[in-house]
Design a protein around this ligand. Structure first.
Ligand SMILES: [Zn+2]
Ligand SMILES: [Zn+2]
Length: 238
């Protein structure tokens, strides 16, 4: 956190240096990202991502969408608008927050976006099958996604039974766990551990971690088998 001197923010462990939550999913043929927060540009530069086929959004909060402007580099290389998948509510916010990208007459060089409205029906991005999962972020509906045996859920504090059913059977689950103390719109560490166990997912990583959770190394020691803290640049093969 900006200006913070806590043990996490002043740690020299790379795993304590956390940018905003986002993942890149690649099949080898198709590459997509889930969310493009304020760190999107730096994350793409750091990983030298040359080709991006789509962005899928979980919800419209700024820490998940603020980086959309920087798709312009991909527009330039691909010569086409970036396909962006989100629910209707998120789409409205994108149009409001990035009005210059959606005007009928646009300045040259603005990001070119092709909006795709999704609900809970499964869809394909290239050769990657995507199953939306609806979760709750206090009163806000947020979409999690299952890609084959890998499921990604962030910014949730409640999941209905019918949607939990879509997660069951995954080999890998990435799930948000903000901190130890209870929070109004995010699962706490304890709540996420309980959910991971309830769903019986063999390999679970936690994401969207606040500096309030504590040092990576110390918290990792407390976690049960099969559950780990995620960290920036973590790669998972499924
Ligand atoms: Zn949020
Ligand atoms: Zn968030």
């Amino acid at each position: 956190m900006i200006g913070c001197d806590c043990s996490v923010c002043s740690s020299t462990d790379k795993k304590d240096k956390r940018l905003r939550s986002s993942i890149l999913v690649s099949s080898g043929q198709t590459t997509l990202v889930v969310d493009s927060g304020p760190d999107f540009r730096y994350q793409m530069l750091r990983e030298n991502v040359k080709k991006l086929d789509a962005i899928i959004y979980t919800h419209s909060h700024k820490d998940h969408v603020a980086g959309m402007d920087d798709v312009r580099a991909y527009n330039f290389f691909s010569g086409r608008p970036m396909p962006v998948y989100s629910d209707e509510m998120t789409q409205q916010v994108l149009i409001r927050e990035f009005p210059y990208a959606f005007k009928d007459t646009r300045y040259p060089g603005v990001p070119e976006i092709q909006l795709h409205s999704i609900a809970l029906e499964p869809f394909m991005v290239g050769d990657i099958p995507v199953v939306p999962i609806q979760v709750w972020h206090l009163k806000m509906p947020v979409l999690g996604y299952r890609f084959g045996s890998f499921t990604y859920i962030t910014d949730a504090n409640r999941i209905e039974e019918s949607e939990k059913q879509k997660i069951r059977g995954s080999e890998v689950l990435v799930l948000n766990a903000l901190r130890k103390e209870k929070h109004i719109s995010h699962f706490s560490l304890q709540e996420s551990v309980a959910l991971a166990r309830e769903l019986e997912i063999p390999r679970v990583w936690f994401t969207h971690i606040s500096h309030q959770l504590g040092r990576h190394e110390l918290v990792s020691e407390e976690l049960p088998r099969g559950i780990e803290l995620g960290y920036d640049r973590l790669q998972i093969v499924v």
